[in-house]
Design a binder for this molecule. Structure first.
Ligand SMILES: Nc1ncnc2c1ncn2[C@@H]1O[C@H](COP(=O)(O)OP(=O)(O)OP(=O)(O)O)[C@@H](O)[C@H]1O
Length: 361
């Protein structure tokens, strides 16, 4: 007679579509019950895509029916499909359900580090994630993701993103000659962003994150004009001198009609690796009043941690190298908050970028 453990073993062989981990490793199997002639399985998955549900049903039925002749009831709960009308205006990437713009008021605050770890945390939670490095003035995502020097594959006119740590990744750094983009201004930036959006074949994704150049410039405007950006995140550090730049960044989201998901306070305190004690080096908790002023939240406080820098330099981000450490848990919590916000934006009617389209004289 088969029991729950037999079924669990079979479910542990079912790989979640598009990933390398199983539905059991992801924690998507919520209940398994077995009676004489019936097996009931309850799954809770993070994707609303019908093809994922269909693939899972087929794969589970195939594996479990191998154990004997009984009825298999599979219940799958999933987030609601975003309404077709949830976004209005121009959208050049309709196969992607959500777009997240990660910005910072100034350079060097840890914007790329945050984007990479947040994207990985979302993928670890079973989302189909893409990461586009649109930082034309300092594209460093390839190094951080361990794909430096890897050449993108061209399929006719389109470019295939590179797969790394369960993400689809593409960087402007992989597409233009080193240093060439440093002198781009105005229309050239707009053109480059538009070209990148058109040429990369992402396939179906739950979310695409953009690592933007620091500041509030042409790249941000070009992106928001071409896609209904579901949410914006501002990365900052706790020093008071960063405040004005952060305000500019938040105002930009408002002007571009981008719903703000929240602020990330990076380099917030220092956790001593020897004692585990936390010290305030640049300060800590200073961004909460700003979040309140913009009626948003602090998505997370990430401490200064040597492993974060080492992870960035070696191509093994901390969320991959040490997924259970305190900092990785904070990135995980941040990913959950972001996902909740994206669902809320879609539920409440989505985003409209019509008002920011270029005016034709
Ligand atoms: N919390 C942290 N603890 C330790 N090091 C960090 C932390 N956050 C970022 N760093 C390191 O700081 C440096 C700058 O980070 P990063 O490149 O992410 O910043 P950025 O804001 O994207 O910069 P840019 O403006 O050049 O794009 C990197 O070496 C990174 O590894």
């Amino acid at each position: 007679m088969i029991n729950k453990e037999h079924i669990q073993k079979k479910l542990a062989q079912v790989i979640y579509p598009g990933f390398t981990k199983s539905i059991v490793d992801f924690g998507f199997t919520k209940e398994v019950s077995v009676s004489e002639e019936r097996v009931s399985i309850l799954l809770d998955i993070p994707s609303s895509a019908p093809e994922i549900e269909a693939q899972l049903r087929e794969e589970i039925t195939k594996r479990v029916s191998f154990l004997g002749d009984f009825q298999i009831d599979i219940t799958i709960t999933k987030p609601k499909m975003p309404r077709e009308t949830s976004s209005h205006g121009k959208n050049v990437l309709p196969n992607i359900q959500n777009f997240v713009m990660v910005s910072s008021g100034k350079g060097g605050v840890g914007k790329s580090t945050t984007t990479v770890n947040l994207a990985i945390a979302l993928a670890q939670q079973g989302k189909r994630v893409g990461l586009l490095d649109a930082d034309i003035y300092g594209p460093n995502i390839p190094r951080m993701m361990g794909i430096e020097g890897e050449q993108p594959i061209f399929l006719g006119k389109t470019i295939k993103p590179i797969l790394a740590h369960d993400l689809k990744v593409m960087s402007i750094g992989s597409l233009v000659e080193q240093g060439a983009s440093l002198i781009w201004k105005g229309a050239m930036v707009t053109q480059a962003i538009e070209q990148m959006l058109e040429d990369i074949s992402w396939g179906n994704l739950d979310v695409l994150l953009f690592d933007m150049p620091p500041g509030t410039g042409d790249a941000q405007l070009a992106l928001a004009q071409n896609l209904p950006v579901t949410s914006g995140i501002c990365v900052t550090t706790p020093q008071k001198v960063a405040l004005d730049d952060t305000i500019r960044s938040m105002d930009m989201f408002t002007q571009l009609h981008i719903p703000i998901a929240g602020i990330v306070e990076n380099m917030s305190g220092f956790i001593c690796p020897d004692s585990g004690k936390e010290y305030d080096i640049f300060g800590k908790g200073t961004t909460q009043p700003l979040a309140d002023a913009y009626q948003t939240e602090v998505l997370g406080e990430i401490p200064i941690e040597p492993a974060i820098r080492e992870g960035g330099d070696s191509g093994l981000p901390i969320t991959v190298l040490a997924p259970n450490c305190e900092t990785s848990k904070r990135y995980q919590a941040m990913a959950r908050k972001l996902w909740k916000k994206l669902l809320e934006v879609n539920e409440s009617g989505g985003v409209n970028n019509e008002a920011i389209q270029p005016t034709v004289f």
